[in-house]
Write a protein that binds this ligand. Structure first.
Ligand code: SF4
Length: 77
């Protein structure tokens, strides 16, 4: 899976992505979007949209689940 990453360790990023995939139906399109920045705390998973930093049409933390999005670009496995 190719997604954008946060600044945590590769293992933390991988675990955050696995946690997001486990909740894919509740997260919606972001779960499989290349613009997802995945982060995880002990009790929560955070879905951040990287496009929000450069395009005002997007919010940093989208309301989930995202069912339609003009920025969606699927990850290439
Ligand atoms: S571009 Fe859309 S689908 Fe992709 S991470 Fe941002 S809000 Fe989610």
């Amino acid at each position: 899976m190719s997604t954008q990453t946060n600044k945590k360790s590769p293992n933390a990023e991988a675990e955050a992505r696995r946690a997001i995939l486990r909740r894919a139906s509740a997260i919606g399109l972001c779960a499989s979007c290349v613009h997802l920045v995945a982060a995880r705390s002990r009790r929560s998973v955070f879905v951040r949209c990287a496009l929000a930093g450069t395009d005002s049409r997007f919010v940093r933390y989208p309301t989930l689940p995202v069912r339609e999005c003009v920025g969606f670009a699927p990850c290439v496995p």
